[in-house]
Design a binder for this molecule. Structure first.
Ligand code: IPE
Ligand code: IPE
Ligand code: MG
Length: 254
């Protein structure tokens, strides 16, 4: 299906969102509350990803995007960072074949150049293996930052149009790292914080936001259903009035 800008096409909210983007937060606090090391929360967090991927596939969601490691997460203690990298590799080793068998396409986006060679090769091979699957696209944002994404797209666009004076949004968006997906319909952040933390800054322009206090390791299929039903009660207006939306007047270009 062709990606579309959600500021132009108004999705029917009574349907399941096509694209859900998730900030998985609260792993550390989940563990600390149980007198366990933070790493135990990250291990549980990987299990929660598995559950949500399955639930999304069952619900008919087309794209689910997880924020796994931000460009700012390098600021964490070295041992936590290296543990997160190891967990990422183990999860890739264990899950890719299962995902492939279930018709899932896996994409990893972010500045991957900072990862070690072995991890970069595993990422490339996982993407290659699952590239033709079309039941659900799972994107893992790793060493990702919304500002990084915009800047790398700007640089690529400038190189592609060396003679251009003014650029348009249409020229930029194909270079953004999630250009293969429609903009997220629903954003979920677990763990109680109500901020974007440099996630998909461009793509979230008109996304419906949902925040929950539930820590990520506890976020399960039932919690996802609550988030989806909250989404289904929203009215997405994209700048128009409620009356225009009710009359189903097509969105005009600005
Ligand atoms: C999210 O959980 C996972 C990553 C950022 C990798 P946190 O590790 O941020 O957990 P809290 O916010 O400290 O509880
Ligand atoms: C956001 O969580 C990043 C990921 C979930 C990967 P953080 O825990 O790093 O966010 P802040 O620092 O509380 O904003
Ligand atoms: Mg956190």
């Amino acid at each position: 299906m062709t990606p579309s800008s959600s500021t132009q096409i108004v999705p029917d909210v009574s349907l399941v969102p096509r694209h859900i983007a998730i900030i998985m937060d609260g792993n550390g606090r989940w563990a600390t509350k149980r007198f366990m090391p933070r790493v135990a929360g990250h291990v549980k967090g990987v299990e929660a990803v598995r559950g949500i991927v399955e639930a999304c596939a069952k619900q008919g969601v087309e794209y689910v995007t997880f924020f796994a490691f931000s460009s700012e997460n390098w600021r964490r203690p070295d041992d936590e960072v290296s543990l997160l990298m190891r967990l990422f590799m183990t999860a890739l080793e264990r899950e890719v074949s299962k995902m492939h068998a279930n018709g899932i396409r896996l994409k990893i986006v972010g500045d991957l150049s900072r990862f070690d060679d072995k991890l970069q090769k595993m990422i490339a091979s996982a993407e290659r293996k699952t590239a033709a699957n079309d039941r659900l696209t799972v994107t893992i944002c790793a060493n990702y930052g919304g500002r990084w994404d915009i800047m790398q797209a700007v640089n690529k666009m400038a190189a592609a149009y060396p003679d251009a004076g003014d650029f348009s949004e249409e020229q930029l968006t194909p270079f953004l790292s999630l250009a293969y997906a429609p903009e997220p319909d629903l954003f979920i952040r677990t763990g109680g914080e109500e901020r974007i933390s440099n996630f998909l800054l461009w793509q979230l322009a008109y996304t419906e936001l949902y925040f929950t206090d539930t820590y990520w390791p506890d976020f399960d299929a039932a919690a996802l259903e609550l988030a989806i039903s909250s989404y289904q009660q929203r009215e997405r207006r994209f700048g128009r009035t409620s009356a225009q939306v009710s009359a189903q007047i097509p969105v005009a270009k600005c």
